[in-house]
Design a protein around this ligand. Structure first.
Ligand code: TGC
Ligand code: FAD
Length: 387
């Protein structure tokens, strides 16, 4: 929380080190992201050049141990995600995919050789990674994926299409999940391998400062060593998602905080009917309600972060946090837009940009509906998403 909006004094729940990481990340966003982001969003530009700076700051794979990773605790990782997303969800997405999906999949499920080959350069931001699970016909239901990997002598041959892949056009290595005779398996695909192509997803109205790709794998031949030895079953892919979803629990609240700060400032300076908007009871109610939701969201995020650091966080608890943070952040962004009136629809203010981004954040890493059903299943023992 910023000092201004830290209504509940949650700052005191953080350690010195956590505050330092948060403040360093905030400084980076203030210097490097905020002056440029409206232009990047307008032009649909993905700032690939930020990767090295994010690496130098230790923000890539920051919660992983060894191989050049910073090895911070989970709360620090969450706070960094929050500050990055206060800049833009696209920048946080780049960091989430690099650290929690690409690097985590290698760190957790890779061989020693794979870790040594890829992780140091991914941590430094010299290389970019992506994570291909979703397909054109397999989104919420990744178990229905059609991408295949078949044995051919000592090699693997991959065929299929992955859709909506963040970082996909600029990635050096893709973690690709494919169906084999033995079930779903994870593979590391260097993107220069013949048969691998990436195409930008165009006409996006959300996450415009993020790179989104369709990946086509057409007879991509890989050595036997390209398989992630521990990446067995859909559960392995979902374990990676838990990491990225955790980052979103904090991250989305950063976008909400930025919107609320903007609306508060605007309401204090914009005058109608002879008084500032902030003086109208209806505006104060909006501001108070949003402050409540932001504070509750932060408390929940911090609690989940402490559970993660204690090693007891469950996937269902992550679903509670992802659902709450994304739903409330989007509601806050939309409400703030109303306070800005017509000015709220432009890129002169960050509010509608955040709202548009949050439409994606509500959807990726498991839609709000899927997380609702995960919680419903945990409560009832009945999986309502399958017929
Ligand atoms: P189901 O039979 O329930 O589970 C299969 C196996 O996985 C285990 N499992 C989990 N393990 C760890 N973490 C989780 N969250 C897990 N959820 C399930 C489960 O115990 C089982 O293990 P085992 O040993 O019994 O085999 O699987 P299902 O096919 O019925 O599906 C469950 C469902 C619907 C919850 C799952 O498919 C799901 O989460 N769907 C949403 C898909 C999704 O989130 N896709 C995200 C793609 S990546 C992305 O969006 C990146 S955005 C990037 C950015 O930040 O820019
Ligand atoms: P669908 O699964 O078709 O769902 C459409 C609607 O139906 C949703 O509202 C959904 O909740 C609802 N629905 C589906 N099933 C049920 C059910 N059983 N009960 C009730 N409602 C249901 N994926 C990756 O693998 N890697 C990435 O890097 C990545 N980055 C992304 C970046 C962007 C910008 C976007 C937009 C997506 C990204 N994704 C990525 C994909 C993302 O995870 C999927 O979009 C998401 O999982 C939803 O899948 P879908 O879009 O196919 O929607």
């Amino acid at each position: 929380m910023t000092t201004d909006l830290d209504f509940l004094d949650l700052d005191r729940l953080l350690s010195e080190e956590e505050r330092l990481i948060r403040d360093t990340t905030r400084g980076f966003v203030t210097d490097k992201v905020l002056p440029e982001i409206a232009g990047w969003f307008e032009r649909g530009h993905f700032p690939r050049e930020l990767a090295k700076e994010l690496g130098e700051l230790g923000l890539l794979g920051m919660h992983l141990e060894g191989y050049g990773c910073a090895g911070t605790n989970a709360v620090s990782y969450g706070l960094a995600a929050l500050e990055l997303e206060a800049g833009d969800s696209g920048v946080r997405s780049m960091v989430s995919v690099q650290g929690s999906l690409s690097m985590y999949s290698i760190h957790r499920f890779g061989s020693d050789e794979q870790r040594a080959e890829w992780l140091p350069r991914l941590a430094a931001g010299e290389l970019v990674g992506c994570f291909g699970l979703t397909e054109p016909d397999a989104g919420s239901d990744p178990a229905s994926m059609r991408t295949t990997a078949r044995r051919d002598g000592p090699d693997w041959v991959l065929d299929g299409t992955k859709m909506w892949i963040t970082n996909g056009n600029v990635a050096d290595v893709a973690t690709v999940w494919a169906r084999t005779d033995e079930g779903i398996r994870g593979f590391l695909v260097p993107t220069g391998t013949p048969g691998f192509t990436a195409r930008p997803v165009g006409r996006k109205l959300s996450l415009r400062a993020s790179d989104t790709a369709e990946l086509v794998l057409d007879g991509v031949r890989l050595p036997g060593t390209a398989r992630l030895p521990g990446g067995n079953g859909l559960g392995a892919a979902l374990k990676c998602l838990n990491e990225a979803r955790f980052g979103i629990v904090f991250g989305a609240l950063g976008a909400a905080r930025e919107c609320l700060e903007t609306a508060l400032e605007y309401a204090g300076t914009r005058t109608q009917f002879g008084r500032p908007l902030a003086g109208f009871q209806l505006t104060q109610r909006k501001l108070a309600d949003m402050t409540l939701e932001l504070g509750k969201g932060m408390l929940l995020a911090l609690h989940l972060g402490r559970l993660k650091d204690a090693g007891t966080l469950t996937p269902e608890q992550v679903s509670v946090g992802k659902l709450n943070s994304t739903r409330e952040a989007l509601a806050i962004a939309r409400e703030c837009r109303t306070i800005l009136g017509g000015s709220g629809i432009t890129l002169d203010y960050p509010v509608l940009r955040h709202a548009l981004n949050l439409e994606t954040v509500l959807t990726y890493e498991g839609t709000a509906e899927m997380h609702t059903l995960v919680v419903g299943q945990a409560l009832t023992g009945l999986a309502a998403f399958r017929g």
